[in-house]
Write a new protein. Structure first.
Length: 675
């Protein structure tokens, strides 16, 4: 995903990524991810908070050292003389535990963005209810980053150094004492920002807040950084970091325990579910593509984009995965957010939304930040919102159809909007567009866009049939669906290449076309599909399991520099091999990809051949594709596990409703006879 600004000149040399650090920047996958579903933080391997935005995911950064080691700002928390920390998540949560061995003792640090469990009769907002801002079901964001330190043996000296650099590092923090906390006095991006806890900080002449405390075995201290609301510490109040950590861990674990999956890579699927929930906005239900901006798709390159927005291309898989994992409420919130983003808009569907549901996302470059591993520019905003991407219609209609199959809860208002979108697509599908990958230059006739035009019309027809809708032009939609299919088969297939190609009249391959069989357009074992799979593996493969999305030299995407292999496409290859009947090959690729996960079971957008993580992190659609691949392997006997699962659930729901209706009719008839 990218913007559509003209790229900067490509550097004279394009260094190849290598494992380990890059000029002092730790590997992307060495960062832990924290979220309260309102904002997110990344914790570096030394325990420093290197990324945090306020007052929400897409707000200006407070800490951005991951993008500039000198000017970005970070919160360092160390045990004097300690070895590098040993870190892990507590169970299936987003609470990070770090063990630090010092010269005279050992400390355990728990880092978290706190959430408050809501009691059944609480007045706190509950997730999924229209007009509220609750977090994951049963808890809501507190608005504070908690760092609790407990000495478990001997004695330790704990040092805190907070170098806040608000507004993407443009300013040094100006702290002012208020009761027993520090408040940030800057107006830009720091409303509600405060620093407190058991151990007070003092501020030096450079605006850096420092604290030190000695702890004996059994003693603990808590440091708090609030990013909204009133301070939790003050006269008569103490910072109970242990309680907040326990409550947050219990709330996340309770959510995770609702996940119903026990198939291949169950641990990674469960972790992926937690990551996805952490990227779902507590205010609106929208899913971020990633919580970061400008982590490069190639070290030293300029393919750096802001992903803190919601793309419709994620819609179908988000809804299906959440439904399949047992999180129906979150699936519904997301779908309604996406549909609400289309209502009363122009006659062209925008491909992406901001978290507040608006679409204007101005893009700019932050020249004062050097970028991760000096891979500039750093961008905020994303002008891809101006593009027309025909696949967006199909993704949203596919999501809505699956949701209706499983739940039957689409409203008349939902359906009216879906009929409108289907009818729009029926009239414009013959036009060129900018395509899934948002390539620069003139619009083209992308084969993937034709595929999802077919999906949009197919799901529109099926949805109308499922709902018994008679007031929409279904016959026209069927006719246009058949026309799209014929058009794609004629122009998307290249006989000389022996495969479906990226765009009409061209020869380049595109790994997105693995979805041809996954969406039911063509059988997975059709010779044309099998040939396409083999050509993608041959031309876009990297080693025995990685797959690039396309050949950038052939596609002419506006950059001369390369990029990493696309992890979503790499997992899509696994999924496509299953209906092709090549199960063992699929399992081999899947196992190899799972073995390349990051330190915390997280994935970024891309990966170099040597395993270096590239691109924004953690990446929603990588985790979505992993979960889809796992479920396809789990149900290898079905043509495509997630969609066939939705169909079976829909059939079961309809049969259940028939029995209930029949039972009510019999009861009413019996009552009438008795009277």
């Amino acid at each position: 995903m990218s913007g559509n600004r003209a790229p900067r000149a490509t550097p004279a040399t394009t260094p190849h990524p290598a494992g380990g650090e890059h000029g002092g920047y730790p590997p992307i996958d060495s960062h832990a991810f924290l979220s309260d579903c309102h904002t997110a933080a990344l914790v570096g391997p030394d325990g420093a908070i290197e990324w945090l935005c306020s007052p929400r995911f897409d707000g200006p950064s407070v800490f951005a050292r991951i993008l500039d080691r000198k000017r970005g700002g970070a919160w360092e928390l160390t045990v004097e003389g300690a070895e590098p920390p040993v870190r892990r998540y507590l169970g299936d949560t987003l609470v990070l535990e770090s063990r630090r061995h010092g010269p005279e003792g050992e400390a355990v640090v728990r880092d978290l963005l706190a959430v408050h469990p809501d009691s059944p009769d609480s007045d706190a907002p509950v997730a999924g209810k229209e007009g509220t801002a609750g977090g994951p079901a049963g808890f809501s964001a507190v608005g504070v980053l908690v760092r609790e330190v407990r000495c478990v043996s001997g004695r330790v000296r704990v040092l805190s150094r907070v170098e806040a650099r608000p507004d993407y590092g443009r300013h040094a923090a100006r702290w002012e004492a208020y009761e027993n906390v520090l408040r940030c006095a800057l107006d830009t991006g720091t409303e509600g920002l405060w620093l407190g806890g058991d151990t007070p900080h003092t501020v030096d002449g450079d605006g850096i807040a420092r604290a030190a405390v000695d702890l004996e075995e059994g003693e603990s201290t808590t440091f708090l950084l609030g990013y909204r609301g009133e301070p939790l510490t003050g006269p008569g109040r103490t910072a109970d970091g242990g309680r907040m950590a326990e409550e947050t861990a219990a709330a996340w674990q309770s959510w995770s325990d609702r996940t119903s999956y026990d198939g291949p890579a169950a641990d990674l699927v469960r972790r992926g579910g937690v990551v996805l929930r952490g990227l779902l906005s507590d205010e609106t239900g929208g899913l971020l593509a990633a919580p970061t901006t400008s982590l490069p798709e190639w070290i030293g390159g300029t393919r750096n984009w802001d992903y803190r927005y919601v793309w419709h291309r994620d819609a179908a898989l988000v809804v299906l995965v959440l439904l399949r994992l047992g999180h129906e409420e979150e699936a519904e919130r997301y779908l309604r957010f996406a549909l609400n983003g289309c209502v009363d808009r122009s006659e062209r569907m925008e491909p992406m939304l901001k978290l507040d549901g608006t679409t204007r996302i101005e893009e700019s470059e932050l020249d004062h930040l050097e970028g991760y591993a000096r891979s500039g520019p750093v961008r905020v905003g994303n002008e891809a919102y101006e593009q027309h991407q025909m696949d967006s219609y199909g993704h949203l209609l596919d999501a809505a159809y699956s949701f209706q199959q499983v739940t039957g809860r689409l409203t008349d208002r939902d359906l009216a909007e879906l009929w409108r979108l289907t009818d729009i697509l029926a009239g414009i599908w013959r036009e060129p567009d900018h395509g899934l990958w948002e390539a620069r230059g003139e619009p083209r006739h992308w084969t993937y866009s034709r595929l999802y035009s077919w999906v949009a019309l197919d799901r529109g027809v099926r949805l109308a049939e499922l709902c018994g809708e008679t007031g929409v032009p279904v016959d026209r939609w069927r006719s246009e669906r058949d026309a799209v299919r014929a058009d794609l088969l004629e122009h998307g297939w290249n006989e000389e290449v022996g495969a479906f190609v990226q765009a009409y009249g061209e020869r380049g391959m595109d790994a997105a076309l693995l979805h041809l069989s996954l969406q039911g357009f063509i059988d997975g074992d059709d010779p044309r599909m099998v040939s396409t799979i083999d050509r993608i593996a041959e031309e876009l493969g990297d080693g025995d399991h990685l797959v690039h999305r396309y050949d950038h030299k052939v596609t002419e995407d506006g950059f001369e520099e390369p990029e990493g292999a696309f992890l979503m496409c790499s997992f899509d290859m696994v999924s496509a091999l299953v209906p092709a009947g090549r199960i063992e090959e699929a399992r081999r690729r899947f196992d190899a990809l799972c073995a390349r996960t990051g330190s915390f079971g997280l994935y970024s957008e891309q990966m170099a051949g040597d395993g270096t993580f590239l691109g924004n992190y953690p990446q929603a659609f990588t985790h979505l594709a992993l979960i889809e691949a796992a479920m396809n392997l789990e149900a290898a006997e079905h043509r495509e596990a997630l969609h066939s699962w939705a169909e079976r659930r829909g059939e079961e729901r309809l049969e259940r409703e028939k029995r209930e209706t029949s039972g009510r009719t019999s009861a009413e008839g019996g009552a009438g006879s008795a009277s």
